[in-house]
Design a protein around this ligand. Structure first.
Ligand code: ZN
Length: 162
């Protein structure tokens, strides 16, 4: 179990780098990430959320945990509104429009190529997690009025925490 980095932590804004060798360190990181996602609980977790700038994410939409290394979204189709949240911006949710269906390519923990078609929840999770690897938080996917409300909510929360 690893602490989850939250909004304001600079690691969430960095561009993660590709995994070049799937060694014991990566295996340990991935099993830690799966445990952390399960405990949170969440449907996805990207390595920067536990402070590691590597292109790795895990997800579980109810079919068991899956791991993706070096993902790339190659196709987008349609549009879907979903109330989206993020473990790094806990307790806040917004209706966000994104493409409904995506195609993702990457590699699995054995170094084999992965090709995943995802729509609705799976499509959403794949897009959300790849965003994390590009240093993008869901706040950047909000429209202008949502963003204003989000900033207010986050300010209020910061005051309470300090
Ligand atoms: Zn997130």
């Amino acid at each position: 179990m690893q602490p989850i980095r939250t909004y304001g932590d600079p690691v969430l804004k960095t561009n993660a780098t590709d995994v070049t060798e799937i060694d014991g360190k990566i295996a340990k990181l991935v099993s830690d990430m799966i445990e952390t996602m399960r405990e949170a609980p969440g449907v996805g977790l990207a390595a920067p959320q536990v402070g590691v700038e590597k292109r790795i994410f895990v997800y579980d939409i109810g079919e068991g945990p899956r791991t993706v290394l070096n993902p790339k979204l190659t196709e987008f189709d349609g549009e879907w509104v979903y109330e989206e949240g993020c473990l790094s911006v806990p307790g806040l949710y917004w209706d966000i429009v994104r493409p409904n269906k995506v195609h993702l390519e990457g590699i699995d923990m054995d170094g084999n190529p992965l090709s995943i078609e995802g729509s609705e929840l799976l499509g959403r999770v794949l897009q959300h997690e790849v965003d994390h690897l590009d240093g993008i938080l869901l706040l950047e996917r909000l429209d202008e009025s949502q963003r204003k409300q989000a900033k207010k909510a986050l300010r209020k929360r910061a005051l309470k925490l300090d």
